[in-house]
Design a protein around this ligand. Sequence first.
Ligand code: PA5
Length: 503
Amino acid sequence: MEGFRLVDIDENHTIEKQIKRGFHKQNSFGSEAFREENKISLDLTYMFDSPGNGSITIKDVELLIPHVNKAHQMLRNNEGNIHDGGLPMTGWLDLPLKITEEHIRDLKAVTDELCGRIDAFVSLGIGGSYLGIEATFRALTHEYFNQLSREQRGGAPEIYFLGQNMDPDYFRDTLDMLEGKRVAINVISKSGTTTETAVAFRIMRKLIEESFGANARQMIFATTDKEKGALRKISDEMGYRSFEIPDDIGGRFSVLTDVGLVGLAMARIDIEEFLAGFRNMREITLVDDFWKNPSLIHAALRYAAWRAGKKIEVVATNASSLYSVARWMEQLFPESEGHEGQGMWVSPSFYSEKLHANGQMIQEGERNIIETFLMLNEHDNQIKVPGIKDDLDGLNFLDDRGLDMGFVNKRVIEGPAYAHYQGGVPNMTIEIPGRNAFNLGQIYYMMEKSVAISGYLMGHNPFVQPGVEAYKKAMFALIGKPGFNEQARKMESDLRQIKRIKI
Ligand code: PA5
């Protein structure tokens, strides 16, 4: 039997883009026309006056404008509750201007050199040391990237992620994908002590040392604090190529630092274009005019909704490529906002899939939900829906009218936006013109600024995460890490008081 053939199916344009990026390095992101074509817009049609209880009005938002403007001013002046370890954690605000061409050139030279020597690259990290890299990688590359040929990947090695969980099966399966290949890693940890990353690093380091002997050192990159922490020490002692995470930028705000740039350059993502997106949105969100500043609008809408009793934000997208960005937002917002009994739970959702699951709850469940849609306006590919003889499902009209799958996919947002609004769920749509690094940079910067403003509005510090530190310590105590004996004793005594229930 002959194999499956792609009759009447166009070339995959995501692959074409990867090849262009990787080998031809053309970019046009500097032009006015490009910026114009890649304007992110907010559609607030279904945000206000939704039926039922807990709706928000435009008046609610207008009343917030003076507070939002004040917060914006304080953020720019480095004022207020924004410190960690004595430092204002706002280094990300002007970072887009501080990254020099020289830095990008050096970074590309280092990653290009490694790229030529390896088959697979593994990024080790968790939270802010992982999600932004994976989100950007998945947003801009083929769904089955590692199964493509090297040529189709634009010359990039296979890309994997480890250190974001402690599941031995996941780890073991990943090792199968790496066996026999020339493997390099980038271990990323600002603190240098996160258990998941440290365990993954130990295992990978040992395997690399055993596989490559004297060359092992050249297969390991480390990205960490410039002075402090175990990873800095190991890296300096071993002579690994290392990258620095700035003191005044926390993990979830660090995708534009070397935390993100190294892995993205390895995947042949255009990091200059990525930077240009950050720069553009920085400029857009500098303005004081509230209704022209998407970060301020986004922050105010979410805050107004939260005050009106909306405790869950479903961040839904119709693009697999943007689902990972929704997952990045799932970290950025709750880790920054979840303080002192406050904050909105972010639930990333890929539609249509989730419409047949949490869609029921959104339409008719407890009215404590808002929805933020990440709508991809232009997919890389278009696929025709063919007409067929019997037309039993009644869909021949799509072919008759020349409507393709992408046309239907837009309605996967527009339909729920209307229906959920009628059901009492205010929603906004963030329209993202297309899949490119510029747009990713724009979205990240817009969201980072929005969550910073949210911190001022709620009255807490969005740049710390003591709750996450609490779990890290409890875990150290439970696994018996030296130095955590007191915590372990306290836990034992607490656990004696708690009635264990196992059925
Ligand atoms: O945003 C944050 O600060 C966290 O999510 C951290 O990135 C995460 O806990 C990983 O920490 P580290 O980079 O120190 O290993």
